[in-house]
Design a protein around this ligand. Structure first.
Ligand code: ARG
Ligand code: ZN
Length: 885
């Protein structure tokens, strides 16, 4: 826990390190009640910082210093100064070796940062600032060192001992212990250090690189999970090939390892040669993991693997540059997933996620630029803005430069900066130099926070045969940033004629038309583009593929949206037109509910959905995406003041009406797909994933009818299927239904069958936590007492508390504030156990400005209560204090 006052750290204060660490030689002695860490650091004065020998200030937290010597001279208490998080001493030569021994306690480390125990195994998480909980060090990413690590432990309990790089030696010791030494030939910052010790099994494979080098691939898991590793291994090999083909990047060590651990704060970590993963992002087989979970494993394996170049070989100078590696790597993994699966569906899912969650962050009290200017606790900046918006920024560069120009830029970036710790400016400079372009204005995407608005108006001149689009951009004020300068906004668009075809596009002044789809760069606050040779008024399709992370507004009417849904040549915009139509219809229902009127659904939504369901030629995955109504969370995000109850009532009413009006075509789609599932058994291919998705969304609409025949079909799927995708969907549909007895039976049977599989139990908790029927809070409270639940496991916290507060809006936002009180209570408990998780769970309370006066009061009161609850971690302190400011 923090005892020094939380300090704000500013980007503008960055200074290169005073000292460098050329070599880091570590020895870990792991015991059940403590661990000894010996560190030998070969150090020298940083020549960049000039002459003289300033004091050496090492980072260190929760370390018990047992011995310290410099160049073999033992140092006593008079030779150094020891504070809560620093050790200061005075070098007497420009080069020296520092030896230290500290005692630490991984066995009681519940923060899951530094060295800790997950179940019976030891593992590490050092990003961002966890290494300072392992030994005294210069724990900053611009200090890069060559690491050699020896791990010693009891042979019987910990037969597998791993660290970064290549294994170089091992042996037995006295007393049933053994040791292994690993050497990483690549210089790296301490945040990429990793160590694992445990009783693990591994699946082994190999990969031949583009220059014909053999790389050993190993995925380590606890023995009971050895049958759930193949999918991750396949994903790894695909990722390695893809990075060679698309970016020309080859793997660089002789071995690449992944270890799955159950207790992990995030998804996974790209430690050099030894990735450590949340087991939820590695383990997957048909019987226990849904199609979505399989796709997540594929994406996260790729993400961490891609970091070997975008993050490890070229790393960040300081943590303000986090998006340099994260935004870029998210973009890389998104493109990989698009290439492996359906590109349009991947884009739809990512955009829906960004607009619901990142836009909310950008509009809230923690809003920050992709490259923040300041922070109190860096762990709080592993955000949707740094990751997802950061990825959108890289995507826009890709859109503006084209695939070839972008590749020239990344080639130059990797070549120029290999082995260095650099900044977002260096990334942009490589893009500029490789393409001869100026991205100075574009860089505002890195420095200005908030989601830009882009208002579009059109005008048609029949006599002159011209059509003009006028764009007006603005960006709302965000914390610390009142006035914004115009962004560079790439707008990909087309103009549809009356038959729905893309018109040839020629801007005034151009010699000839340039295709029917193009990218305009909007760079001014207000800017008009005029197209010529336009004989009839076209219908614009704007921001195709979501070419920029903005809120675009164009006054489409519902008939125009239905037309775009059917005819737009851009699949993403066909979906987007459907979403806009749904939003208009739902907002009308919300208004009716608020005025106490009878709810009446615009029949055009039914017509549009019927057309989709009846067209057998359409990709079933697209049909499923287009039949999905915008979530309550998204409807909240786009409201000025979110009326939780009205949103819930309106959306439920729409679902009910759709289920009734389209009962027959939905049933036909459901039955055809369920029969196929029965006939083929589970097939993990795109076409089958698509039809399972459609089957399951159809089932959820059908169940709205409450008909016995649907219940029967649902139970048949639940009991008769051979995979988690169908089973979990059937369970979710039952849980959200009124069939109390069948629901209770299904939940009990499921839990009984899967009680020993924690990842499946997470899904069981989530399905119940998300149920919007009355009594949600009481159900969640009861589940917290379930033997499979524990606050110490982050996946459990996310599955139950997180799913409740983020996805069950109508229950979480109960008018009496009990949902808020519940969340605050657990944040206070978690603050002492695991500050990172506490701070993340807090997010829903920080959105208080979105709600009515009474809820605002209740939410703020809970934030105040957290603030007054005692000694807060810097993580929780920062989020609470900023959201009350
Ligand atoms: N670099 C990791 C990834 O995105 C995330 C690690 C985040 N760790 C943390 N403590 N916030 O792949
Ligand atoms: Zn990452």
């Amino acid at each position: 826990m923090r005892t020094e006052q939380p300090k704000v750290i500013y980007l503008k204060d960055y200074q290169a390190p005073e000292y460098l660490i050329d070599e880091t030689n570590l020895t870990f002695e792991l015991y059940e009640d403590h661990t000894l860490v010996h560190a030998q650091l070969v150090m020298r004065r940083n020549p960049e910082r000039g002459e003289g020998l300033p004091p050496l200030v090492l980072d260190g937290q929760q370390l018990e210093l047992l011995s310290l010597s410099m160049d073999d001279r033992e140092l006593g208490a008079a030779d150094y100064q020891l504070e809560d998080s620093h050790l200061t001493l005075q070098p007497v030569a420009a080069s020296f070796t520092l030896d230290s021994t500290v005692r630490i306690h991984p066995e009681t480390n519940t923060a899951l940062e530094g060295l800790y125990k997950s179940g019976k195994m030891f593992c590490t998480q050092c990003e961002a600032e966890g290494f300072r909980k392992i030994t005294y060090y210069l724990d900053r990413p611009d200090v890069m060192s060559k690491f050699t690590t020896t791990v010693s432990a009891e042979q019987h309990r910990y037969p597998v001992l791993l660290s970064n790089g290549n294994p170089v030696a091992s042996g037995a010791e006295e007393g049933g212990r053994h040791w292994a030494t690993w050497e990483d030939p690549f210089k790296k910052p301490a945040y990429l250090f990793a160590l694992v010790a445990g009783d693990l099994w591994c699946v082994e494979d190999s990969f031949t690189t583009m220059t014909q080098r053999e790389v050993a691939l190993r995925i380590y898991v606890e023995p009971e999970n050895i049958d759930k590793v193949q999918h991750a291994m396949d994903s790894l090999k695909k990722s390695m090939r893809w990075d060679e083909e698309v970016y020309g990047r080859e793997y660089d060590l002789d071995i690449f390892m992944i270890v799955a651990v159950n207790d992990f704060n995030m998804g996974a970590m790209e430690n050099k040669g030894l990735n450590i993963f949340n087991s939820s992002c590695v383990l997957a087989k048909a019987e226990t993991a849904t199609d979505a979970a399989h796709q997540r494993v594929e994406a996260v394996v790729a993400h961490e693997y891609f970091h070997n170049w975008s993050g490890n070989r070229v790393t960040c100078r300081d943590w303000f540059q986090l998006s340099l590696k994260e935004g870029f790597t998210v973009f890389r993994d998104a493109e990989f997933s698009a290439d492996m699966n359906s590109r349009t569906v991947k884009r739809i899912e990512d955009v829906a996620f960004l607009r619901t969650n990142q836009f909310a962050e950008d509009a809230g009290p923690m809003a920050h630029p992709v490259r923040p200017d300041s922070f109190i606790e860096i762990s709080n900046f592993y955000t949707l803005t740094v990751y997802e918006k950061g990825s959108e920024v890289v995507r826009m560069i890709h859109t503006l430069l084209g695939a070839e120009g972008f590749r020239k830029g990344t080639d130059l970036y990797f070549e120029r900066h290999d082995g260095q710790a650099v900044t977002c400016d260096d990334f942009i400079k490589a893009m500029e130099d490789a393409n001869g372009v100026d991205l100075a204005q574009f860089k505002r995407w890195y420095s200005q926070s908030g989601t830009p608005r882009l208002q579009v108006e059109d005008s048609f001149n029949a006599a002159a045969k011209t059509y003009s689009l006028t764009f007006r951009q603005s960006c709302p004020a965000t914390p610390g940033q009142k006035d914004k300068q115009p962004f560079v906004i790439p707008v990909e668009l087309g103009l549809l004629d009356a038959a729905g075809n893309d018109l040839p596009l020629r801007l005034a002044g151009e010699a000839k038309a340039q295709g029917g789809n193009r990218v305009l760069s909007v760079t001014e606050a207000e800017q008009t583009f005029t197209f010529v040779d336009i004989a009839e008024r076209p219908l614009p399709s704007l921001l195709r593929g979501f070419s920029a992370p903005v809120k675009l507004a164009f006054p489409y009417d519902r008939d125009q949206l239905m037309f775009l849904m059917q005819h737009d040549s851009d699949g993403f915009n066909r979906w987007e037109a459907g979403q806009q139509l749904s939003v208009q219809v739902l907002q009308e229902l919300i208004g009716q509910h608020q005025r106490g009127e009878k709810l009446v659904l615009d029949p055009r939504l039914i017509t549009a959905f019927r057309t989709l369901l009846e067209d057998e030629s359409l990709d079933q995955a697209m049909v499923a995406e287009m039949l999905s109504l915008p979530s309550e969370a998204y409807l909240t995000e786009i409201s000025d003041v979110a009326d939780v109850d009205a949103i819930h009532a309106a959306r439920e009413f729409a679902r009910q009406s759709i289920g009734e009006a389209l009962f027959q075509p939905l049933l036909a789609r459901f039955q055809a797909n369920r029969s196929l599932s029965r006939a083929t058994g589970y097939v993990a291919e795109a076409a089958h994933i698509a039809r399972r998705t459609l089957q399951n969304i159809a089932l959820s609409y059908l169940m709205q009818s409450g008909k016995a025949e649907v219940l029967e079909a649902c139970l048949e799927q639940f009991n008769g299927c051979d995979n988690m995708t169908e089973r979990l969907s059937a369970l979710a549909v039952l849980v959200n239904s009124g069939f109390e007895q069948e629901k209770a039976d299904a939940l009990a049977r499921f839990a009984d069958y899967f009680k020993d599989d924690p990842l499946v139990m997470d899904q069981w908790f989530s399905v119940q936590a998300g149920c919007g029927l009355p009594g949600g809070l009481e159900r969640v409270q009861a589940l917290m007492a379930h033997p499979a639940f524990t606050l110490k496991n982050p996946n459990k916290v996310r599955a139950l508390i997180g799913a409740f507060a983020n996805q069950n809006l109508v229950n979480f936002h109960r008018a009496d504030g009990a949902g808020y009180r519940f969340l605050a209570d657990h944040v206070i408990t978690l603050n002492a156990l695991n500050p990172q998780i506490a701070s993340r769970q807090l997010a829903p309370l920080t959105r208080w400005r979105k709600y009515d006066a009474s809820r605002q009061q209740l939410m703020k009161a809970e934030l105040e209560r957290i603030l007054a609850s005692g000694e807060l971690s810097s993580d929780v302190f920062e989020v609470v204090s900023k959201s009350l400011a």
